[in-house]
Design a protein around this ligand. Structure first.
Ligand code: FE2
Ligand code: FE2
Length: 182
């Protein structure tokens, strides 16, 4: 029987897999934040930490690789994902967590899959990981602290507000890009 790896062993493998210190450190912060939120809200802290640690395994893949590996696994790829393959990194990350790290827990895989955009239906674990990724201390937008405080008190309200904030932010980015083109 193989023993479950310690957190340190897991962290080392994640670092090797991601291959970049900056993204690795982000993953560690997300794991810590997810664990803290989980403890606050009666969610399994071990699952939260594991999902946080593994959520960005495919984040640094170039667009061609994201597309090729997603196609190889038979994912249905939406037009928006073809245009912005980065959107695929969450789903592909969940596949890699399964293939490379032997994760079979559906709840953990779901939290990885939904970490970027959230979803209409989200479990408490999904919310914890989504919020940890959006609100970890190195994120530098003005409302971060306020939203983190809210996340400690109320997972649902914080998820709603954070999603609202990030879609607003995306819309502003698109508007800026459009005005630069003009
Ligand atoms: Fe991500
Ligand atoms: Fe992330």
């Amino acid at each position: 029987m193989t023993r479950k790896p310690s957190f340190l062993q897991l962290a080392r493998s994640v670092r090797a897999q991601i291959g970049q210190q900056h993204r690795y450190e982000h993953s560690v912060r997300v794991a810590r934040c997810a664990e803290a939120l989980a403890r606050r809200h009666g969610v399994d802290p071990g699952k939260a930490r594991l999902a946080g640690m593994l959520h960005d395994l495919a984040r640094l893949y170039p667009p061609e690789r994201l597309l090729a590996e997603s196609e190889a696994r038979g994912f249905e790829i939406a037009a928006a994902e073809r245009e912005h393959p980065m959107l695929l990194h969450a789903r592909l990350g969940a596949a890699l967590a399964q293939e490379l790290f032997g994760v079979v827990d559906r709840e953990v895989l779901s939290a990885i899959e939904k970490h970027t955009n959230g979803a209409d239906e989200m479990s408490s674990l999904d919310r914890v990981v989504y919020l940890a990724d959006s609100l970890e201390p190195n994120r530098s937008f003005a409302q971060r602290e306020e939203l983190w405080e809210l996340a400690l008190r109320d997972l649902d309200a914080a998820t709603r507000e954070t999603m609202r904030h990030s879609s607003l932010h995306r819309a502003q980015k698109c508007a800026r890009a459009a005005s630069e083109v003009r």
